[in-house]
Design a protein around this ligand. Structure first.
Ligand SMILES: [Zn+2]
Length: 251
């Protein structure tokens, strides 16, 4: 399995798990054209697209995905907030509502959604299982992780900001003070990310991918080094265009 990162910032998020036979897309915050390119224009192999919540950087191209007849999966709260219900013509392409802690099979992927803590209607994180890549944790846009997970093999987790960098930016007038509270109550800090990772059994984890770093309140190199030192694992910072081997075993 390959993980293709098509976007991982407030400009637009999209991740594709693709083994050349089937592909699962997570988030539709980038133009659908880029997803088409990522799957070699074979959109029939896209088994579905998960959407974590309705904010534009995760969901703004949802209608284009539906127009392309991609099966969309999200919480009922997210589906309602995306404002697409009235635009849907064929019932077959109505988004499919996920329920927290209820498994959903999508192709050879099994999805277990869980609730996260963000300023959105009903935001979800996902445990995604596939026989090639094992159990993958996907958690973004949450100021902490309310659960522990068993048997993780690969992790994508938000590492949005570090408090000292955020404070320094406010002091220097580069970031408005109003954004401070919103950031703290909706996004995951470096320290919380580290704690969340260390609260889980990482013994079978191959890759930790830090996602959704803030443009101004983060330091990619320091975040990568810090999480690598804390966990002893292979750590990447998500970047547009990045491709990673995402298998259950490291080989
Ligand atoms: Zn958001």
């Amino acid at each position: 399995m390959e993980l293709k990162i098509l976007g991982s910032s407030s400009a637009g998020n999209c991740y594709v798990f693709d083994n050349g036979k089937e592909a699962l897309v997570v988030e539709c915050g980038i133009p659908f054209q880029e997803v088409k390119k990522a799957v070699d224009f074979d959109i029939s192999r896209i088994v579905g697209c998960l959407v974590s919540h309705e904010h534009g950087d995760h969901a703004k191209n949802v209608q284009k995905f539906l127009d392309a007849r991609i099966r969309l999966f999200a919480s009922i709260g997210t589906i309602q907030k995306m404002g697409i219900i009235e635009k849907i013509i064929t019932a077959a392409f109505y988004p499919i509502a996920l329920k927290a802690r209820e498994k959903q099979v999508v192709g050879n992927f099994t999805i277990l959604p869980f609730d996260v803590q963000h300023d959105a209607a009903e935001p979800f994180g996902f445990l995604i299982q596939h026989y090639e890549m094992g159990t993958v944790l996907f958690a973004t846009d949450t100021y902490y992780l309310p659960y522990r997970f068993n048997g993780l093999n690969n992790i994508l987790i938000e590492c949005n900001y570090r408090l000292d960098l955020l404070e320094a930016n406010i002091e220097a007038g580069r970031v408005h003070a109003i954004t401070r509270d919103r950031t703290i109550q909706s996004h995951m800090s470096f320290d919380t990310c580290k704690e969340a990772l260390l609260a889980n059994d990482l013994s079978a984890v191959n890759n930790i991918v830090l996602i959704h770093l803030s443009d101004s309140n983060s330091n990619a190199l320091e975040f990568q080094q810090g999480i690598r030192e804390a966990t002893g694992k292979t750590v990447f910072v998500a970047d547009r265009g990045m491709k990673l081997n995402f298998n259950k075993t490291p080989f």
